[in-house]
Design a protein around this ligand. Structure first.
Ligand SMILES: C[S@@+](CC[C@H](N)C(=O)[O-])C[C@H]1O[C@@H](n2cnc3c(N)ncnc32)[C@H](O)[C@@H]1O
Length: 296
């Protein structure tokens, strides 16, 4: 969409100026994205106003880039962070190799992924759970990066579940509403190879200190992890063993300073724990392995 010369308020320069004045660091890039995403001058005007008033860019345009995919993001749903790409890529490495490596989110339909029929219990397929899936970004990336993935996802928040269905059904994923593992089909007990989870991990007192884009536009249930931030992680680690196959893995993102406490929670749940870090992304993932039947 390009504005007419008579509508100078909608020129790239004018929009960039408004965004910069509102404190947007990447004002030029954001202006370009808004112009490309708007379907009409009126829509562009509304989108710029929303962004200037502080609505996260991803909620304004309706999508976020994650692992090279275009993930649909509905209002009120947690916006996937770049650092969670470590979680998705680490989980994909524990599945069968041979998926595709997406580059640059395709234009058009959110998701931008190849539709697939949901596989059910096929021999040789890797059963993966995206726990506390939000938009489903982590699960979508795993299903794209790894081959032959049977994907299941859960979230407690109805808006997240609806959004995740938009992103995961095209890659054959099933999304369930409920608390952690509770809504998963019983047939998956002891059959899951990989559980990837980005549960809320901000300590309750620190939520008030978060940028307004998170505090105001993302739900508290997506952020607040209890007094030390690890309440939901502890429950996720404790519950993992019942769902993992022997030798299966559970991966949970944490803040850097939480890794040791989280690893101890994994050990208390009977999991052998290691920690993966990516300094460039500022990412930390605790990885637990259910011991194989023989004990190691
Ligand atoms: C930090 S967000 C991460 C979302 C997504 N995994 C991602 O990385 O973009 C945490 C998500 O956990 C969900 N959640 C919080 N408590 C939960 C629970 N007890 N059971 C299932 N989901 C939960 C929230 O609704 C939210 O979508």
């Amino acid at each position: 969409m390009s504005p007419t010369s008579s509508d100078q308020a909608l020129s790239a320069d004018a929009i960039t100026g408004r965004l910069r004045a509102a404190g947007c660091v990447f004002a030029e890039e954001e202006a370009q994205l808004l112009i490309e995403s708007a379907s009409s001058p009126d829509a562009l005007r509304a989108m710029v106003s929303e962004r200037v008033s502080g609505v996260p860019l991803e909620h304004v345009v309706g999508w976020a880039e994650f692992c090279g995919l275009r993930i649909a993001i509905d209002p009120g749903v947690f916006v996937p962070r770049r650092r969670s790409e470590l979680l998705a890529r680490s989980a994909a490495k524990l599945c069968r190799p041979g998926g595709t490596t997406p580059r640059n989110p395709p234009r058009g339909r959110p998701g931008g992924m190849t539709p697939r029929n949901p596989p059910r219990g096929l021999p040789g397929w890797t059963v993966v759970v995206d726990l506390a899936c939000g938009s489903g970004a982590v699960g979508a990336a795993i299903a794209t990066l790894a081959a032959d993935v049977e994907l299941h996802a859960t979230d407690i928040d109805r808006a997240a579940v609806a959004c995740a269905r938009r992103n995961l059904e095209p890659v054959g994923g099933q999304v369930y509403a409920g608390d952690l593992y509770e809504p998963l089909p019983g047939r998956l007990r002891g059959r899951v190879s990989v559980i990837a989870a980005n549960v809320p991990y901000v300590p309750t007192e620190a939520v008030a200190l978060m940028p307004s884009e998170a505090r105001v536009y993302e739900p508290p249930v997506a952020l607040d992890g209890g007094p030390d931030g690890l309440d939901v992680l502890r429950r996720a680690a404790t519950g993992a063993a019942a769902w993992l196959m022997p030798g299966g893995h559970v991966l949970i993102e944490t803040a850097s300073g939480q890794a040791d406490t989280a690893a101890a929670a994994f050990a208390a749940a009977g999991l052998a724990a290691t920690v993966a870090r990516d300094a460039e992304l500022g990412a930390t993932v605790v990885i637990g392995r259910r011991r194989a039947a023989g004990g190691c």
